[in-house]
Design a protein around this ligand. Structure first.
Ligand code: NAD
Length: 246
């Protein structure tokens, strides 16, 4: 039987790398993104993918998506990777409510909505949820009131999911990436942040999309069949240093 994964934010960055890794594992992938042009381009030459346009923060769009997934994934979903995310940095005083909501809608509401709506498909395959948090959810900084709070909430939500959905055979885990040179990160990382990360990270470099995908695929696979409710930081050792976020 061919395993089926659904990856959100699959049109680029970590989501696209994760999609490619699942394909290498012989799985099929429902690629979800709200950027139509990027999704079309990313999925064009990837055999075994099912691209679906959807904004994960919109309940009506997620409900329609779940119907489509029901037709595509007849034996259920083996993995749901809640990867779609946005980053906007600013201190409390410069974070207006619209910005706060934009960050929460995708990073937190999207994870809740997708997981809740697709629970029947996950239960059918005794599948796994992998939520993408961030090292920004593990410690505070002067720039990340919205982003960091949204990611801390994703870590808490993952534990709630593990406790509540375990009886359905669904596992839920979380990956906290360190910095990766994606479009999202490069829009908010100043040169000062880049330099500080290089010095502070024990491996002295940013991670690659592929390195994060490997952690995601492990938690999604049966190799992690007795692991649920956990956080796996793929951060080059940054968390072990105790150094604050730049
Ligand atoms: P990216 O910007 O390269 O890709 C994100 C993708 O998500 C885009 O294709 C975008 O269109 C899509 N997306 C955004 N909002 C969406 C929505 N509401 N509905 C559907 N699709 C949506 O970003 P990335 O760096 O690959 O980030 C992936 C995840 O990893 C995010 O959750 C991010 O917070 C997290 N993360 C990234 C880093 C990093 O340094 N890049 C570090 C820690 C955590």
């Amino acid at each position: 039987m061919i395993e089926m994964a659904l990856v959100t934010g699959a049109a680029r960055g970590i989501g696209l790398a994760t999609t490619k890794l699942f394909l290498e594992m012989g799985w099929q992938v429902v690629m979800v993104d709200r950027d139509e042009a990027a999704l079309e381009e990313a999925s064009r030459d990837l055999h075994g993918t099912h691209p679906i346009l959807c904004d994960v923060s919109q309940p009506d769009q997620v409900a329609t998506l779940a119907e489509e997934v029901g037709h595509i994934a007849q034996y259920g979903l083996k993995a749901l990777v809640n990867n779609a995310g946005v980053a906007e940095f600013g201190p409390i005083g410069e974070t207006d409510f619209a910005m706060w909501r934009r960050v929460m809608e995708t990073n937190l509401d999207g994870v809740f909505l997708m997981s809740q709506t697709l629970t029947p498909q996950l239960a059918k395959a005794k599948g796994a949820i992998v939520n993408i948090a961030s090292i920004s959810g593990l410690r505070a900084s002067t720039l990340r009131v919205a982003y960091g709070t949204s990611k801390a909430a994703v870590i808490a939500l993952t534990e709630q999911q593990a406790v509540e959905l375990g009886e359905l055979g669904i596992r839920a885990n979380c990956v906290a990436p360190g910095p990766v040179r994606t479009k999202l990160a490069m829009a908010v990382h100043s040169q000062a942040i880049i330099d500080a990360y290089h010095d502070a990270i024990p491996l002295n470099r940013y991670g690659s999309e592929r390195e994060i995908a490997e952690a995601i695929a492990f938690l999604a696979s049966d190799k992690a069949s007795y692991i649920t409710g956990q956080l796996l930081a793929a951060d080059g050792g940054f968390g072990a240093t105790g150094i604050g976020l730049p």
